[in-house]
Design a protein around this ligand. Structure first.
Ligand code: PLP
Length: 459
């Protein structure tokens, strides 16, 4: 399988190159040249364990890693999950909750990041290379990346967070990781300062090359690919249990990363009647699927902070589908959007891919009341991101079994849960963090300070 750029100006490359590169050199996103068709194999796939299913699906996308090596990577990645099923589906009233939070950091980013880190270590070792990840985080991504990369050979990670501006739980999840290859940088500034510092250092090509800097951002194909698995895993199991031909999913999203994997699953033969996209008040994606107009606004802060995003970094892969794989048209649309902050694609509303995805938003009030209602009716506590998906899913669902993706454990978002149900949510992993030893470097919001720190650490 080869990987090509959505902008068409990059030569086709192998899976390993695509995974190590992240963004395509022409500025586009890497996508597989074709999607494998699993429709003839659904019975067999429905009987597999999570890791075995992941191996089957990855094998179709990865043709440059020997099967026995790939099996080892997959088994190690998913052995870190606390639930023997890895991603169980739990029946709650008349829908299912697909729990994607049993990994080390209790949020769905572990589903992909655990495998990405295994892949990095393996590919770098094979090539005799090393890599230094530089990232900035407002919460979940940074902690999932740190927990994936900790202790891996050939990789260091420098993760910036705005000091005092991530939740106490999220900060502890990062700073309590004491491995030698993990550097937590608490920046005296905002998340935007962290982003700016990261972009400036990545734009300094000699520095980037000398320091072998890399990223773990959500546009990496490996992350999207890893997320396809749980759609098949849950979809095939629920479909069998309900004796239904089709299933549907509701997905809380911000960057379009999660639901994009669901779209690919539907194109690979999983019988999905519809995908429901749910946003909070940051509803650029919901508006796009309703009107065909893609227009960014100002970021609003909500009780589902991991979806407080206005520009969806994975959108371009979907655009590539909507433009029927015409890379020139994709480049044109992305250019218009970069220049004008908006683009009108209402001419594509009748495209099959647009019709597959229904979308709406749930505001803070609806989210909170959904948490309260589901708790009082069924005794199940939803995290606020999941609640956005459940609220919109219940509105837009059809008759098929509905699977709502749960992207975090409620104990990560204490305030929102206390407000909604009046009780403090707990998880033993988070409780154990209290009083843990931490390590963190405090730095001013200054590019030179971060540059000096990275350089000295790698010297
Ligand atoms: C990252 C994240 C999301 C949004 O995922 P996308 O990749 O933007 O679709 C939702 N919920 C939680 C808890 C997250 O950490």
């Amino acid at each position: 399988m080869k990987y090509i750029s959505t902008r068409g100006q990059t030569e086709a490359m192998s899976f390993t190159d695509a995974g190590l590169t992240g963004l395509a050199p022409d500025g586009g996103l890497l996508v597989p040249a074709s999607l494998p068709d699993l429709s003839g194999d659904l019975d067999h796939l429905s009987s597999l364990s999570y890791a075995d299913l992941a191996f089957e699906i990855f094998s179709r996308f990865i043709t440059d890693i020997p099967a026995e090596d790939l099996r080892g990577l997959v088994n190690r990645a998913y052995a870190t999950f606390r639930d023997p099923e890895v991603a169980p589906s739990v029946k709650v009233g008349n829908f299912y909750v697909l729990e994607l939070f049993h990994g080390p950091t209790l949020a769905f980013k572990d589903m992909a990041m655990q495998f990405l880190a295994q892949f990095f270590e393996y590919a770098l070792e094979k090539r005799g290379q090393s890599l230094n990840i530089l990232g900035s985080t407002s919460g979940d991504t940074g902690s999932a990346a740190i927990h994936g990369i900790r202790g891996k050979a050939g990789i260091n990670i420098f993760m910036m967070h705005p000091e005092g501006k991530t939740s106490p739980v999220q900060e502890l999840q990062m700073t309590s990781v004491l491995d030698e290859n993990v550097y937590n940088l608490a920046i005296d500034g905002t998340f935007d300062d962290c982003q700016r510092i990261m972009k400036t250092l990545f734009a300094d090509v000699p520095f980037k090359t000398e320091m072998k800097l890399g990223a773990v951002n959500s546009v990496n194909w490996v992350r999207v690919m890893a997320q396809i698995v749980y759609y098949f895993y849950a979809g095939l199991k629920v479909r069998k249990a309900c004796g239904s031909e089709n299933i549907q999913f509701s997905v809380p999203t911000g960057n379009f990363g999660n639901i994009l994997a669901g779209y690919y699953a539907s194109q690979m033969g999983l019988p999905v009647s519809q995908l429901i996209l749910a946003t909070n008040e940051n509803d650029i994606l919901a508006r796009f699927f309703q009107s065909g107009k893609y227009e960014s606004g100002k970021v609003a802060h909500t009780i589902s902070p991991s979806m407080d995003i206005q520009v969806a970094s994975n959108f371009e892969r979907f655009l590539y589908v909507l433009m029927d794989h015409d890379a020139a048209k994709v480049s044109e649309v992305m250019k218009t959007f970069a220049e004008q902050g908006q683009v009108d694609l209402s001419g594509r509303l009748e495209h099959d891919a647009m019709k597959m995805i229904l979308a709406d938003r749930a505001d803070t009030h609806q989210t909170s009341s959904t948490i309260r209602r589901v708790n009082s009716e069924y005794g199940y506590v939803l995290d606020p991101h999941t609640a956005v998906g459940v609220a919109v899913g219940e509105q837009l669902r059809n008759e098929d079994p509905l699977i709502c993706l749960s992207t975090a454990h409620p104990a990560k978002f204490v305030d929102a849960i206390v407000d909604a149900v009046g009780e403090v949510p707990h998880h033993p992993v988070l409780d154990a963090l209290e009083g843990a030893e931490t390590e963190c470097e405090r730095l001013p919001a200054d590019v030179e300070a971060v540059r000096r720190f990275v350089k000295a650490a790698l010297a």
